[in-house]
Design a binder for this molecule. Structure first.
Ligand code: GAL
Length: 648
């Protein structure tokens, strides 16, 4: 069932207001509320003194009204008494100093005292609500980031991770190529996390990539620890956590591997960007979250009002956005969309991050739109029961590549996410479902796998792509593939090294043109501007289907097309604008017989959810202009952010 909900903070409001809130939620059509993620000091105001009666009463109010409850473990914000008693439970920054308390999220994931108290509160809380039928799921902590704490406990945890991975220092020195600059370790104690102000770019990239891997796996260890307690006490209740796109992202695929549902905090922009490449960004995020488990997912926090607190306030969502963006999430596979937050806070650092209802507590335009969203979701809920987004196209994402490009930016303007987004955009703009999946995921069910910049070589992903093409499917590879081994060291072969046979050619040379420009021309004389990077290709078995037009490599191959096994492989040796990728996407879809729409106006998205009972097609206008266009012989006109759902 699709349900629309809200994040509610009973601890922020006089209890006298709760009933009216719950009644209004019921009347509006709210199906689920999330509570508790920052309330530890209310649950345990003094050490060992627990107070859950207030949460019992809040849960009861919702349960009486048939509203589902998602409870969160409150470990994001340990109470100040805990930090006072155990100052080492606070994280240490890269400068070696404890970070300031007063903000949230400052707990150290490896501090034994913190873990003892966290285990205890999670245990008590989950036992208390184990038999409460309205509690349908647990969220662990809140928006967890990879572990960048540099305290002695975390340093020890890091060394232990390295010992488990390499077994001996000789092996580690070899794997990192530490003979450069006398970097060889002769004792484990010499290995330190990247502390201090020394420029990270001067550190060994092999060491840095491992540090990112460790930092990700370490927070996942913390998640798994809480999940184990929840599962013991509440068997059968769903367990998740809420991710977002932050600077220190863990590897999401690993993060959710042992959890039941992927969940995401979705804050689409309230001003439509001028940059045409950004228009399908929200779709990109939603497709990435769905791709984590290749299953429907939840939105734990959804845009409700103007954003801002630590930054100046941004524009309010314009009419249509609240309903449209939430329905867009549903169209991409969300089964629950909870809005952050019910009412805007009147105190605390986030009082200018707006909820559905303003400080005045007078429901206004945004609230009315939310009510109409609940109505629209209820109308389609039945038809969507048991449906999911089935995609024939996959775009491969790799956390390793994301980290490696952060460690060594390739050239000016070269962003991993940009290349992912360009390929995703090409297919989305043609109205087809796209999954963004982990590079290691099996590829069955897909016709096309687009694998941009497969920089760090991972044997499983390489094999998957060869097998996929051999079976008669289509692979799209791009520049900077096969560059590094799994330890972030360069492979001593001509690029794209391990992919040479698949691609049917090699790069004789490359030119990191950064902000410079070149042009690629196809045999039908169609031309596209390119930038960033130019691989100067020699075709072996492949056919060169586009050449560079300018500079000393004018006439040399830029794009190859190879027949490999029963399949086809495209290699795009440069970075184009969206039109270049759209051309290749349309050609590949046509070859594979996947239906697409080549004349959709920019910003129109078409997705489908299918199940045994049939399919629902969603047509969404993700722009602030009315769009009028023809679809399957019918004329459609969609208002800004309007979503049309039709049974097909
Ligand atoms: C999210 C976070 C929420 C709230 C919101 C608005 O990232 O999980 O607790 O802070 O942003 O700022």
């Amino acid at each position: 069932m699709i349900s629309i909900g809200v994040d509610y903070y009973p601890e922020h409001w006089d209890e006298k207001m709760w009933k009216a809130d719950a009644d209004l939620m019921k009347k509006a059509g709210v199906g689920a509320v999330r509570m508790g993620e920052f309330a530890w000091s209310r649950f345990e105001p003094r050490e060992g003194e627990f107070h859950f009666e207030w949460l019992d009463r809040a849960v009861e109010l919702f349960s009486q009204r048939g509203i589902d409850v998602i409870l969160c473990t409150p470990t994001n914000c340990p109470p100040l008494w805990l930090y006072e008693k155990y100052p080492d439970a606070v994280q240490t920054g890269a400068d070696g100093k404890k970070i300031a308390t007063g903000i949230r999220g400052h707990r150290c994931y490896n501090n034994a005292d913190l873990l003892r108290y966290a285990d205890r509160i999670v245990d008590i809380m989950t036992k208390r609500y184990a038999n409460e039928p309205s509690v349908i799921a647990w969220q662990i902590d809140n928006e967890l980031e990879a572990n960048f704490c540099f305290c002695p406990d975390c340093t020890e945890s890091y060394r232990q991770w390295l010992k488990n991975r390499y077994g001996s220092l000789d092996e580690l020195n070899r794997a990192y190529g530490n003979s450069v600059w006398s970097g060889e370790y002769s004792s484990w104690e010499q290995i330190k996390p990247p502390l201090g102000s020394y420029p990270k770019a001067w550190l060994n990239p092999s060491y840095m990539l491992d540090f990112y891997r460790y930092a990700s796996s370490d927070v996942i260890k913390y998640i798994d620890r809480q999940a184990a307690i929840i599962r013991k006490n509440c068997p059968g209740t769903l367990v998740t956590t809420n991710m977002w796109f932050c600077e220190n992202m863990p590897d999401f695929h690993d993060e959710f591997a042992r959890l039941d549902i992927a969940a995401f905090d979705n804050y689409p922009v309230t001003v439509i960007p001028e940059d045409k490449e950004e228009i399908y960004s929200h779709a990109f995020h939603l497709d990435l979250v769905r791709g984590i488990k290749r299953k429907n997912f939840w939105i734990m926090e959804q845009l409700s009002g103007g954003m801002g607190c630590w930054s100046p306030m941004g524009r309010m969502p314009s009419p249509g956005m609240i309903r449209g963006y939430a329905m867009q999430a549903v169209a991409h596979g969300a089964d629950k969309v909870l809005h952050f937050r019910w009412r805007t806070a009147v105190s605390g650092a986030e009082m200018h991050w707006h909820g559905l209802i303003d400080h005045s507590n007078v429901p206004g335009r945004r609230f009315e739109e939310f009510v109409s969203l609940c109505r629209q979701a209820a109308e389609v809920s039945h038809a969507l029961d048991g449906t999911k987004v089935v995609s024939r196209v996959a775009v491969l994402y790799s956390a390793q590549n994301e980290w490696a490009f952060r460690i060594q930016p390739q050239t000016d303007g070269f962003y991993y996410f940009r290349q992912l987004k360009l390929l995703h955009d090409a297919f989305v703009s043609l109205g087809v479902n796209v999954d963004i999946i982990d590079e290691n995921s099996p590829l069955d069910g897909y016709e096309i796998a687009a694998a941009p910049t497969m920089y760090i070589t991972n044997e499983r992903a390489v094999k998957n792509l060869y097998d996929f093409a051999a079976k008669g499917k289509t692979v799209i590879l791009t520049d900077r593939s096969g560059v590094k081994d799994n330890n972030n060291k360069c492979i001593m072969e001509q690029l794209p090294t391990v992919y040479r046979e698949l691609v049917g050619g090699y790069a004789e040379e490359y030119d990191p043109i950064g902000g410079g420009r070149n042009t690629v021309r196809f045999s039908d004389r169609e031309e596209f501007s390119c930038t960033g990077w130019c691989d100067i290709m020699t075709a072996e078995n492949a056919q060169a289907i586009a050449q560079y037009c300018e500079g000393y490599y004018a006439g040399k191959a830029a794009v190859l097309l190879n027949d490999y096994g029963k399949g086809k492989v495209y290699y795009i040796g440069t970075i184009g604008g969206r039109d270049l990728y759209r051309r290749i996407a349309a050609q590949a879809l046509g070859e594979r017989g996947v239906k697409f729409y080549d004349d959709l106006p920019r910003g129109i998205e078409i997705t489908e959810r299918s199940g045994e009972k049939g399919s629902v097609r969603f047509i969404f206008n993700n722009t602030d202009k009315t769009q009028s266009f023809a679809l399957d012989g019918k004329r459609l006109e969609l208002a800004p952010f309007e979503m049309l759902c039709e049974n097909i």
